[in-house]
Design a protein around this ligand. Structure first.
Ligand SMILES: NC(=O)C1=CN([C@@H]2O[C@H](COP(=O)(O)OP(=O)(O)OC[C@H]3O[C@@H](n4cnc5c(N)ncnc54)[C@H](OP(=O)(O)O)[C@@H]3O)[C@@H](O)[C@H]2O)C=CC1
Ligand SMILES: O=C(O)C1=N[C@H](C(=O)O)C[C@H](O)C1
Length: 254
């Protein structure tokens, strides 16, 4: 039985993942972490202050984190010290925060999967974008993403991963975040962010030349798609050697 604790228990992703974990035959939801303490799916939810003691008592195999950067940098190192494998989905970490997380995972010698997007489709799209960028590197490139009104970080973690792929293949190019006023387009990547309503997650990359455009896009219809990917990663990570893995390892896309 894989014992799971979910960080961000009362959040959109936390509740979606919690609901799935409780239905999996080989998994046991043993607790949650959030700002307010309480219960979810009949198990205790503790705050960061009580996390170390809680982990020592329930001894989970995996901690799944979908919160905010400020919470991740506190909770994940506590969990790695307790020997938990980590599934990290939180986006919006700055480079120093991300390095702190990587260091904690390596120091504690635990396995971890870190991905800005746990959907299978997006992980496939990343490989298609890389291939298209290699072949259409002289086209103009524009990236758009749209999410629900409550999303705090912008651009999305997924958009940042796409930018990294584009920079690796056709960069270095200046990234222009929105446009206004008088300026001719040059060799750049345009990045455009929409926030509104309950949009689950849309991303598109357009390669444009004089006579054609090629657009590679992905639309998530339900958070279950990310949750299912996190569950798949949880099952995958438990018997892995210490180290930092991505969804491409889980899906064997490397
Ligand atoms: N990698 C992927 O595939 C995906 C990643 N994400 C990312 O996951 C993260 C969460 O998204 P979402 O579920 O929509 O966000 P929510 O705001 O719905 O959930 C986050 C939860 O974490 C809680 N929280 C805040 N601070 C702490 C803390 N110190 N300790 C424990 N819990 C805390 C929040 O409480 P409160 O509301 O009171 O602040 C909230 O309940 C985001 O970074 C998002 O970008 C989302 C979907 C897919
Ligand atoms: O906050 C969200 O909702 C999402 N966040 C992730 C991101 O920032 O890329 C993944 C997905 O797009 C949903």
């Amino acid at each position: 039985m894989i014992k799971v604790v979910i960080c961000g228990a009362f959040g959109r992703m936390g509740t979606t993942i919690g609901g799935i974990v409780t239905k999996e035959q080989d998994m046991q939801l043993v607790g949650g972490v959030d700002i307010k303490e309480g219960t979810f799916f009949g198990v205790p939810v503790v705050s960061s202050d009580n996390l170390a003691g809680f982990l020592a008592s329930v001894k989970p195999d995996v901690l799944i984190d979908f919160t905010v950067a400020a919470a991740t940098v506190v909770n994940v190192p506590i969990a790695t010290k307790a020997g938990c494998a980590i599934i990290l989905g939180t986006t919006g970490l700055n480079p120093a925060e991300r390095k702190g997380i990587d260091d904690a995972i390596i120091k504690a010698q635990v396995p971890a999967v870190i991905s800005s997007n746990y959907s299978i489709g997006m992980n496939i799209l990343w490989t298609l974008i890389r291939d298209a960028a290699r072949k259409l590197g002289d086209y103009d490139v524009e990236l758009t993403e749209a999410h629900h009104r409550y999303k705090k970080d912008a651009p999305s973690g997924t958009a940042k991963t796409i930018l990294q792929i584009l920079q690796e293949e056709i960069g270095p190019r200046e990234e222009i975040y929105g446009r206004e006023g008088m300026k001719e387009r040059s060799s750049e990547i345009g990045v455009h962010v929409i926030r509104g309503g309950d949009i689950v997650g849309d991303h598109a990359v357009m390669f444009a030349s004089n006579y054609e455009t090629v657009t590679l896009s992905h639309r998530a219809y339900d958070r279950a798609v990310f949750a299912e990917g996190a569950i798949r990663s949880t099952r995958w990570v438990v018997d892995k050697k210490p180290g930092i893995y991505g969804m491409k390892d889980v899906l064997n896309l490397a």
